[in-house]
Write a protein that binds this ligand. Structure first.
Ligand SMILES: CC(C)(COP(=O)(O)OP(=O)(O)OC[C@H]1O[C@@H](n2cnc3c(N)ncnc32)[C@H](O)[C@@H]1OP(=O)(O)O)[C@@H](O)C(=O)NCCC(=O)NCCS
Length: 325
């Protein structure tokens, strides 16, 4: 018995914001952005494209591929840091949008690692309760959580959602092989986003005048590369799987320089890696499931192939997962 992905889906806002468009917003240029990040375009949400709406659209695709109705879902988990409300959760709004009346729903706040953390939780759940069908989503409208005067951050991120429906397979060889996830809250300052204003002055909450992403880019870069390398190596060792046996590596699409550094350090061939960062930028929790869905729909892997996922984000949170498709 293994936990398999029964269907995937993704949804992206219609509006494309190019590097040229950003030249009119902050002091930057296309050449700087592309050479430092590999990003050309990103999607920016508009009317009808809030986080939960993108999440629901991605989920409908995933359910359709899985051949399941929303009523058959038992749990909905959304990795997100940019829902339009703090409460209810984004997952509850998705449940409402889908009419998934039999599911309970909650969010995971793990920044860019939200989807792979959610998948891990779903895997463990399904292993103990075989009949469960779990919808795991990564969805963000980070455009609503960016300081559009800060050229260090606003050029990097974009909006979108990806989803996967997980269930069990009787085929012993297939499914989630394992995961290796970590966090380090002591490094929170390097990449963070404040909450909305506090109404209790006694709490001494740090500056929360603006709820937007703040980042020490160079430091984040170093930790991201090292952390993802360690989690991938640790996972392969833990599961006794060679790098050669991986059919496709789907890393978090943070930026191209992070990814090429990671691949160099791992000695992993670029031809076996899925990239879409040039088109969408960093969509945080949505990045891995959007890439997974695109790779799936492009037929880049088939039953029995081993897929490697990995992510890194604010917290810090990071990790890697292996799936035998
Ligand atoms: C953000 C990042 C692209 C910046 O690249 P960098 O080479 O480290 O650049 P620096 O921050 O050192 O800045 C170099 C110069 O470019 C300038 N600069 C920063 N952003 C700029 C922009 N958008 N356009 C033009 N110039 C910019 C800086 O002000 C600095 O100028 P100075 O030398 O006159 O002070 C890089 O640090 C990075 O990729 N970090 C990881 C970010 C990330 O992926 N975070 C999410 C992880 S999940």
């Amino acid at each position: 018995m293994g936990t398999v992905i029964l269907g995937t889906g993704s949804s992206l806002p219609k509006r494309i914001m190019t590097n040229k468009d950003l030249e009119g917003i902050v002091d930057t240029d296309d050449a700087w952005i592309y050479s430092r990040t590999g990003i050309k375009n990103r999607r920016i949400g508009g009317a009808g494209e809030q986080t939960h709406q993108l999440a629901a659209a991605a989920s409908r695709e995933a359910l359709q591929m899985a051949g399941l109705s929303a009523e058959e879902l038992d749990i909905i988990v959304v990795g997100t840091i940019s829902s339009h409300m703090l409460m209810p959760s984004c997952a509850c709004f998705v449940q409402k949008e889908l009419g998934a009346v039999n599911a309970f729903a909650y969010d995971i706040n793990a920044a860019c690692s939200g989807f792979i953390y959610g998948m891990d939780m779903a895997d463990k759940y399904i292993r103990s309760e075989h009949r469960k069908k779990i919808l795991v989503i990564g969805a963000e409208t980070l455009s609503s959580r960016l300081n559009w005067d800060d050229r260090n951050t606003c050029i990097l991120f974009g909006d979108g959602a990806g989803a996967a429906v997980l269930g069990h397979s009787d085929d012993n060889g297939r499914g989630v092989i394992g995961s290796n996830h970590r966090s380090d809250g002591s490094l929170w300052k390097l990449l963070h986003m404040h909450a909305p204003p506090s109404y209790n002055p006694d709490l001494e909450v740090p500056d929360n005048s603006g709820s937007y992403i703040v980042m020490e880019g160079r430091e984040v870069f170093k930790y991201a590369v090292k952390a993802m390398e360690d989690s991938v190596r640790g996972l392969l060792q833990q599961e006794n799987i060679s790098m050669d046996s991986i059919k496709l590596f789907i890393p978090h699409q943070a930026n191209m320089r992070i990814l090429t550094n990671l691949l160099d350090r791992l000695g992993f061939p670029e031809e076996k890696v899925f990239f879409n960062v040039s088109e969408y930028g960093n969509t945080s929790a949505a990045s891995v499931p959007i890439a997974l869905d695109e790779a799936n729909r492009q037929g880049l892997f088939t039953e029995g192939d081993i897929i490697l996922l990995c992510a890194f984000g604010g917290g810090f949170t990071w990790g890697a997962s292996l799936i035998k498709w």
